[in-house]
Design a protein around this ligand. Structure first.
Ligand code: ZN
Length: 173
């Protein structure tokens, strides 16, 4: 597996679409070579969150603001991210907004089927800290997922219908 960094496409125009048009904003990458760091793209610029081990002003524990909401304390913290130059990096995620393709799997945690979500992989090309290009690399549709898994069952299969119904009711399987 190895370690990966998280990259958040934060600005309004920065998200990438899955094959079915859902906005993907949180992805992973192994190409920034750090592991466990968080990067942000904001308005086409790349930033890296400073970690607490690097100085006193990364992630601070005391909050900027507190408020009470429904008897819970909401703690709003401030974090800072510094400009981070990069080259070409592959970023990837699965689209959890897409209805999963159900694949027969007798040993799965869910019972008879397991859920496979479409893969979303882009190449981001930076010059310095500026994002120049977002290039689809491997952006799977649900049909692609289906083709990849010969044991996939059709959405209108009786077992699939029941599973997807239960799933939409909050996964109370
Ligand atoms: Zn999707």
């Amino acid at each position: 597996m190895g370690t990966f960094d998280t990259i958040i496409l934060a600005g309004a125009e920065d998200a990438v679409p899955c094959a079915h048009g859902h906005e993907i904003r949180e992805l992973q990458t192994k190409d920034l070579g750090e592991g466990m760091a968080t990067y942000y793209v904001w308005d086409g610029l790349l930033f890296r969150e400073r970690r607490s081990a690097e100085g006193s002003w990364g992630t601070t524990l005391s909050a900027v603001r507190y408020r009470i909401e429904n008897e819970r304390l909401i703690v709003l913290r401030e974090t800072q991210a510094e400009p981070a130059p990069a080259g070409e990096i592959a970023v990837y995620a699965t689209c959890e907004s897409c209805l999963p393709v159900l694949v027969e799997s007798p040993n799965s945690y869910w019972g008879l089927v397991k859920e496979e979500h479409p893969w979303v992989q882009y190449i981001l090309r930076f010059e310095g800290t500026r994002l120049m290009e977002k290039r689809p690399d491997r952006v799977e549709s649900r049909d692609d997922v289906r083709r990849k898994h010969p044991e996939a069952i059709p959405d209108d299969d009786r077992v699939a219908v029941r599973h997807l119904e239960r799933r939409s009711k909050g996964r109370s399987l």
